[in-house]
Write a protein that binds this ligand. Structure first.
Ligand code: ZN
Length: 361
């Protein structure tokens, strides 16, 4: 199995909470082989870290926990609604806190904390009502994952807050651009999503949706950055620092604040009247996803560099000065659609070219 360790395609690393998570190679179906594979991988990092490694199943629930030397210290299995089925531990190991669905389980009450609500895996119900329950009148508001816990997970949905006086129109555009997702807006404007009926999942348990939807879901599921995206109708926004901002072309990157402890807050602004002016209607959803993910990547950069990120300043000519943080975030984000102007320009230059080639008539 050693050869596949060199192949990054077979080993996915994802960051979760405060530790790295290794996802096992799904091509290896034999459990013993999986463990030796893990041991070989983690031994290469011997003495490099004191961390424990979570090895989640397709729902993100921790199944194996290994130490820095690749030794298995805990082995977990769950019943469908998250009750403990198997919990084997090494003598010296107290057990991990992040278990079912990768959520923290309180050792005294046995309740799992999902960010906005507590879940009781023994009773298979939430302790409080779903804040989005009016969207699902046929379901009990206490029911976990629409009674389909083997396939679905309940994401935290606390990464992107959609605020501002025109959030409804912004949300409608985003929803239109993500036909496989059901995007909801809950308390404090927090966005969350679920997969629409009929969405298929691959062997690794990942939903088969567009690349843009995948990135958007990944950003919503992240716990490190809190994005506040304000969609105002008019082109004016008062930032949290009290300063007023205007946007040139509809979107504004306002940088992010590093909070320490691997968390950051990012602020982003859009003016819906400008977006409607500069972008074709079918492109506005993608532009909004660009702005939301751009803010997110700015926050990731703040965490990586452990400092606040800069805001691009416009000079007296109205041009923006170079800003490394902004460039980084802009390039990592879902790509920005072309403006009506650019579309028109490229069309016009194409026509001109044809004209000069003598084919314009
Ligand atoms: Zn951008």
């Amino acid at each position: 199995m050693l050869h596949s360790i060199e192949n990054s395609d077979t080993l996915r690393k994802v960051r979760r909470a405060d530790s790295l998570v290794l996802v096992l190679n799904p091509a290896i179906t034999d459990t013993t082989a999986q463990l030796s594979y893990l041991a070989a991988f983690t031994n290469r990092q011997k003495d490099a870290c004191e961390d424990y490694w979570y090895h989640p199943d397709h729902l993100g629930s921790s199944s194996w926990v290994t130490d820095a030397h690749g030794e298995a210290v805990q082995h977990l299995h769950y019943l469908p609604w998250g009750e403990d089925f198997v919990d084997q531990r090494a003598n010296s190991f107290d057990g991990v806190r992040y278990t079912f669905s990768a959520k923290e389980k309180d050792s005294e009450t046995g309740l799992s904390y999902f960010g906005s609500r507590y879940y009781s895996s023994d009773l298979s119900v939430w302790l409080s009502v779903d804040p989005m329950s009016d969207k699902y009148p046929s379901l009990s508001p206490y029911v976990y994952c629409a009674d389909n816990p083997v396939k679905l997970v309940d994401p935290n949905g606390d990464t992107i807050s959609l605020l501002g006086d025109d959030w409804e129109s912004a949300l409608a555009h985003m929803q239109k651009h993500c036909p496989n997702l059901e995007i909801s807006r809950g308390e404090n404007g927090c966005l969350s999503y679920s997969y629409k009926k009929g969405v298929k999942f691959n062997q690794k348990g990942a939903a088969i949706v567009s690349d843009e939807e995948t990135m958007f879901c990944k950003v919503i599921d992240s716990k490190e950055v809190k994005v506040s995206l304000t969609a105002n109708y008019k082109n004016v926004y008062t930032a949290k620092n009290g300063k007023q901002y205007k946007s040139n072309m509809g979107g504004g990157f306002l940088g992010s604040t590093y909070n320490g402890n691997k968390t950051a807050d990012a602020e982003q602004f859009v003016s819906m009247i400008l977006l409607n002016k500069y972008y074709a209607s079918e492109d506005i959803g993608r532009l909004l996803l660009h702005e939301a993910t751009e803010a997110y990547w700015g926050g990731e950069r703040a965490i990586e560099l452990q400092r606040n990120t800069c805001v691009p300043q416009s000079n007296i000519f109205g041009q923006y000065e170079e800003c490394g943080d902004y460039n980084y975030a802009h390039n990592k984000a879902i790509s920005q659609p072309t403006t009506r102007f650019e579309k028109f320009m490229s069309r016009t230059s194409y026509d001109l070219l044809l004209y000069h080639l003598g084919k314009g008539h």
